[in-house]
Design a protein around this ligand. Structure first.
Ligand code: FAD
Length: 279
C-alpha cells in the first residue's frame, strides 16, 4: 500500500485505484492523464507487459464516462530494447486508444530518444487521425525546428520546459533562457497549430501567457499539471472554464517517482518531513 506521504503524488498501485482517482477529480471538472510508472526496460518482457497493461487500461477508460486518457514513456514500452519493439508496442496502445476513443500521449525522454519518438509519433498520428499527442521540451535548442515539422501533423502537442539534464551544446541551461524559449514556442504554437495545444507547466506566468495567446488567436488549449502540484490552481482554472488535465502516475514503482518529486523542490521536502514527523 502507498503510504499517505506519497499518495499526494501517486494515484494508487492498481488501475482500479487510478480510475477511482479519476472519478474523484471528475467532480471538479479536472480530467486525468494516467501514467503507469515504469521506464528504461532493456528487455522485451516488461515492456510488453506494460504495453498490455495500457491496452487494458484504455479499454477500462473507454467503458467509463470519465475524462481520462493515458501517457506512455518510450523507454517503458520498448525503446531501450530497440526502435522496432517500441513502434510495435506503441502501435498496440494507440490502436486500442483508437478502438475505445481514448487519447494516447507520448512523453518525451532524454535527447537520445527524440528522433525515434518524433518519427513514431508522426507516423501514428497520421495513421490514427490525431488520436495521439507528443510532448516537446522547450529547453532543447532543436525544438523550434521539430515544431515546424509537426505543424501539419494531426494530434496534439504538449509543451514542457524539459525535465532532463542535457548538455549545453543541445539545451538551454539557464532558467531564464528556458522560460524565454517556452514563451517563444507558445507564440509559435498558438499561431501555427490548429488541433490544440497542451501547456504542460505549473508556472503561473506561462499559464497566463497561454490564456492571452488563446484570446488573441482562438486556438484551443488545455493546461496539464502533475498530481500533487498546485492542485488548487488546477481546480480554480477548471472552475474558470479552462480545460485542465492532471497527469497522475500509478503503479507499484511509486517510490522512485515520489523521491524525484520530493528532491526537485524544497517545499516538497518540507511537506515530506512534516508528514513523517506528524507536524
Ligand atoms: P517551473 O519553472 O519548474 O516551476 C514554476 C512554478 O511551478 C514554481 O515556481 C512552483 O510554483 C510550481 N512548481 C513547479 N514544480 C513544482 C513541484 N514539483 N512542486 C511544487 N510546485 C512546483 N518533462 C519532460 O522532459 N518530458 C515529459 O514528457 C514531461 N511531461 C510532463 C507532463 C506534465 C503534465 C507536466 C506538468 C510536466 C511534464 N514534464 C515533462 C516536466 C517538465 O518538463 C518540467 O520539468 C516541470 O513541469 C517543471 O516545470 P514548470 O513548467 O512546472 O515550471
Amino acid at each position: 500500500m502507498i503510504p499517505p506521504i506519497a499518495s499526494r503524488f501517486v494515484a494508487g498501485e492498481t488501475p482500479a485505484e487510478a480510475l477511482d482517482h479519476a472519478r474523484a477529480l471528475d467532480d471538479d471538472d479536472v480530467n486525468v492523464i494516467l501514467n503507469l510508472l515504469g521506464e528504461h526496460y532493456d528487455e522485451r518482457a516488461p515492456a510488453e507487459a506494460d504495453a498490455d497493461a495500457y491496452v487494458d487500461l484504455v479499454a477500462d477508460i473507454g467503458d467509463s464516462d470519465l475524462g481520462a486518457c493515458v501517457s506512455v514513456k518510450p523507454s517503458q514500452i520498448g525503446l531501450d530494447v530497440g526502435e522496432e519493439t517500441f513502434r510495435e508496442l506503441l502501435e498496440r496502445v494507440v490502436e486500442a486508444g483508437d478502438e475505445h476513443g481514448v487519447f494516447v500521449w507520448v512523453d518525451m525522454e532524454d535527447r537520445h530518444t527524440t528522433d525515434a519518438t518524433l518519427d513514431a509519433f508522426e507516423d501514428f498520428a497520421r495513421k490514427y487521425a490525431g488520436g495521439v499527442g507528443l510532448c516537446v521540451q522547450a529547453n532543447l535548442k532543436r525544438t523550434p525546428e521539430d515544431l515546424e515539422r509537426l505543424v501539419d501533423v494531426p494530434g496534439k502537442i504538449r509543451l514542457v520546459k524539459g525535465a532532463y539534464d542535457e548538455p549545453k551544446a543541445v539545451a538551454y541551461k539557464q532558467k531564464a533562457k528556458v522560460n524565454e524559449a517556452y514563451r517563444d514556442l507558445l507564440e509559435f504554437m498558438f499561431e501555427a497549430f490548429e488541433d490544440g495545444i497542451a501547456v504542460g507547466s505549473h508556472d503561473p506566468a506561462m499559464i497566463e501567457y497561454a490564456k492571452e495567446l488563446h484570446d488573441e488567436h482562438g486556438t484551443p488549449y488545455e493546461v496539464q499539471m502533475l498530481m500533487g502540484v498546485r492542485e488548487d490552481a488546477q481546480r480554480d482554472l477548471a472552475a474558470d472554464g479552462v480545460e485542465v488535465w492532471q497527469y497522475a502516475p500509478y503503479g507499484d514503482k511509486w517510490l522512485q517517482y515520489f523521491y524525484r518529486r520530493v528532491r526537485e523542490r524544497k517545499e516538497n521536502v518540507l511537506f515530506a518531513a512534516r508528514a513523517v514527523l506528524g507536524i
